[in-house]
Design a protein around this ligand. Sequence first.
Ligand code: NAD
Ligand code: TYD
Length: 349
Amino acid sequence: MKKILVTGGAGFIGSHVVRRFVNTYPNYQIINLDKLTYAGNLANLQDVESKPNYQFVKGDIVDADFIDNLFNQENVDAVIHLAAESHVDRSISNPIEFVMTNVVGTVNLLNTARNHWKNDQNKRFYHVSTDEVYGTLGETGLFTEETPYDPHSPYSASKAGSDHFVRAYHDTYRLNTVISNCSNNYGSHHFPEKLIPLAIHNIKNNKPVPVYGKGENIRDWLWVEDHARAIDVIFHQAKPGSTYNIGGHNEWKNIDLIRLLCKIMDEKLGRPDGTSTELISFVTDRAGHDLRYAIDSSKLQRELGWKPSLQFEEGLEKTVDWYLQNEDWLNDVTSGHYQSYYQQQYAGR
Ligand code: NAD
Ligand code: TYD
């Protein structure tokens, strides 16, 4: 039995990766290591928690002794590393936390893996990263695996730093590493501080939907289950030291995306067409806001045969359905001291 340590498995993308691996590979033992920050939620994994090949361990990747003990206890064969602080706005107000988890936490994991695995090329360290490390595009062009790194936010700088350390451990110590850089994900179990789930939450509750600046920034959206499938393919087939971009060929201006979402929400909630667009509220732009991200994932398609499975409109509708059918989840994660990041930081601006 192969033991795979998935870090950040209680988060948005991590929970989809854990679910996919637990259900697809009964011969793998999946250990979900997560600190359960505000973004981690074990309710995301209720459907797999009683499976014999799943186990949860609560812990912090910044704690080197803890990670070392875990590797001593469990004979870990591979790491799929997703644990991170992931929200750009939070990184602007608290960059140090991002350095700690995203850089120091990643180096702790690399170091422990290197010490335990020595040069065993059958062990694999898979680092999940973002297209934001490449910086911003103008009106044209796509990020390829050769695009130079040019991060602008503390979040993307911390992810770029972690990517560099992963490559350094491959080049210096021959650790069997793989990196993938993915575009913006959307789908179920997404914490309602990122654009799409925040907008769904606010429209549902008749609250303003904050659109930064003029809403002209562009993101390339990918269905989260397509990302989990790409991680599966890359984990099993990529060569040591390789990098793959993952993206949906699905660019949307924020304002167009929000208008489409408003239309879908009006239909689903039985409100007259145009009701939800009234909630759109243009607010002060994010500092250092990258204009456009767009991924060229042709290497992944060409070499490993992966391509996105879902049209955006269909995926967005499925996502809305999930949030409307899972009110308890949404109420739970937004209860207590929850305020959306925007409410906390920018209210009254
Ligand atoms: P998320 O914020 O939903 O989840 C992060 C998870 O990591 C949470 O469960 C949290 O509890 C856990 N965590 C945070 N700090 C930890 C620590 N110190 N020790 C252990 N666990 C810790 O994030 P996500 O959107 O699911 O992103 C997962 C990964 O994918 C991240 O590495 C992110 O950079 C990358 N990524 C995200 C996107 C996206 O669109 N969300 C796109 C490309 C890449
Ligand atoms: P977000 O979901 O935070 O992802 P990222 O910044 O990592 O791309 O934001 C997606 C886009 O939406 C980005 O251009 C910022 C913008 N945005 C808003 O306009 N309003 C919001 O309330 C949020 C959270 C984001």
